[in-house]
Design a protein. Structure first.
Length: 515
């Protein structure tokens, strides 16, 4: 039946979009996108068909909402592929939410999670800042502090091998790194703006957390460079990164100092780590340093390093893998370059972040492995040979990862971009101490001294603002862990809202902090 339908003229394919399978919808859309106006349709009419094919209509467990959302694949042009062969095909998966109100006047924000190899759909959209949060019973509840209250929000699973994003060439996965991820994410944006041209001229921002401290500045830098010469101009205004990996040596030193200052490790272990480990040359450590790092990780074995005061999940995962042990073995085999990079070789490092409900990750994994959910999201159209996991089980290595992103951040500041860096202050993985050390390395001039900022009359954290270029603000979020929107949803929305307002500063008085 499928092969027969492929022979039907294009206008007939359009007529059966409502009832044909998700795989055939993708085929029809690809034909439209590449076929010009040979069918007599205007370009806008063709784009409308493509967009409607991506529109999410009956997402299982979803409560009713007034705004549309879209999900599906963007095929990357072959010339962006690592091997530049016609047999290589990359497709990145996205989930896009219109703003709740006045979407036509709101900015567009791209959200990226880190890893490398962790999904912005599984974490950012479904556990943190998206409109729908996954519950234990497989239903979705509305997030009262979703970021689409103030912006149009686009979640991207990148690079290939993450979530539903795929390639038909295994060598693409073997050659992944920061540079490929930036190039493919840029190619995705160019294609996505063609599909959604109404958003092309909007103020555009990028946000993310953790290893997105690499992804976001490098993608922003690539956009900045391409905007000088390309006709595919992207109206980039700034970026925002949280608990972000930005400078290897200070990320590592700050993590050890944080654990000691919060009474997680002993005086002696802290002394040994500082004495034996070379923070400036993270890939060249002595066996003594490795022993001390194993002891450091063991100190976190009974608590959640991503939120040191949060409970841990005691429920076994009923994921698509056979057991918790098998699942852990899968993840531990992934040599991900998560920060601080000094610890990536140690198995105990490869634990995955949780949020307010420490078992949320289990619910999310179960939900996105459901066939009815995948069908509604137009996902997994190629029937991947592996189950959906929040962090990739197929990415086995990472080929390039700069020691520091500080020069890139400073360059983009001078270019006039608005940059905010925030830090949940109960995260032990990329803690506030690491970020403070990293920012200090940039030698920026202080514009507004360290001060408390408020949300609904309560101290939400502390902040400092710097003068350079477009302006850098560093803010902490009190009581939040690694995934700030999951731990402190209201405060994170307030932070994000102020970031989007170029002339706004965080409330510095408890009497002017209602949001």
């Amino acid at each position: 039946m499928a092969m027969g339908l492929l022979l039907v003229p294009l206008f007939n394919v359009l007529l059966i979009l409502i009832w044909c399978t998700q795989t055939l919808v993708v085929v029809a859309v690809e034909d439209i996108a590449g076929g010009g106006n040979g069918n007599g349709m205007s370009r806008e009419a063709e784009l409308e068909v493509i967009r409607e094919a991506d529109r999410v209509i009956n997402l299982p467990g979803q409560p009713p909402v007034s705004f549309p959302h879209y999900a599906g694949y963007v095929q990357l042009p072959n010339y962006h592929n690592s091997h530049n062969t016609s047999s290589s095909s990359k497709a990145l998966f996205y989930w896009f939410f219109h703003a709740e109100q006045n979407a036509s006047s709101k900015p567009l924000v791209l959200w990226l999670n880190g890893g490398p190899g962790c999904s912005s759909v599984a974490y950012g959209a479904a556990q943190e800042l998206g409109p729908f949060l996954v519950r234990s019973n497989g239903t979705l509840i509305l997030n009262n502090f979703s970021w689409n209250k103030v912006a149009n929000v686009l979640f991207l699973e990148a690079p290939v091998g993450v979530g539903f994003s795929y390639t038909n060439n295994s060598k693409d996965v073997e050659t992944l790194g920061d540079a490929v991820t930036a190039a493919d994410s840029y190619a995705f944006l160019v294609e996505w703006f063609q599909r959604f041209p109404a958003f092309k001229s909007r103020d555009f921002y990028i946000a993310g957390e953790s290893y997105a401290g690499h992804y976001v500045p490098q993608l922003a830098d690539l956009i900045y460079q391409r905007n000088k010469h390309s006709s595919s101009y992207i109206n980039l205004k700034g970026f925002m990164i949280g608990n972000a990996v930005i400078n290897g040596p200070t990320d590592s030193r700050g993590m050890f100092d944080y654990a000691w200052s919060h009474a997680i490790i002993s005086d002696q272990l802290h002394y040994n780590l500082v004495k034996e480990c070379d923070f400036a040359h993270e890939n060249n450590q002595t066996e003594q340093c490795n022993d001390h790092m194993r002891a450091f990780l063991q100190a976190y074995s009974d608590i959640d390093i991503y939120g040191i005061y949060a409970p841990v999940c005691l429920s076994p995962s009923s994921s698509s893998s056979n057991s918790n042990k098998a699942k852990a073995s899968t993840y531990n085999s992934i040599r991900l370059l998560v920060a601080p990079r000094l610890l990536t070789q140690h198995e105990l490092w490869h634990r995955l972040p949780s949020g307010y409900d420490p078992c949320t990750e289990n619910y999310v994994e179960q939900y996105f492995n459901r066939e009815d959910v995948q069908r509604a999201l137009h996902a997994n159209v190629t029937q991947l040979s592996y189950p959906y996991t929040p962090c990739s089980g197929v990415i086995k290595g990472w080929n390039d990862s700069p020691d520091t992103l500080l020069p890139v951040i400073q360059k983009l500041l001078k270019a006039g971009l608005r940059i905010w860096i925030y830090s949940g202050d109960t995260d032990g993985r990329v803690p506030v101490t690491s970020t403070r050390y990293s920012i200090k390395k940039m030698g920026l001039r202080v514009k507004q001294e360290w001060r408390a900022w408020f949300d609904r009359g309560q101290v939400a954290g502390w902040a400092e603002t710097y003068e350079e270029g477009g302006g850098l603000t560093f803010a902490t979020v009190r009581g939040a862990g690694h995934q700030v929107p999951a731990f402190a949803p209201r405060q994170s929305l307030s932070l994000f809202t102020h970031f989007l307002s170029p002339n706004a500063t965080l409330p510095s008085s408890r009497f002017h902090s209602k949001s």
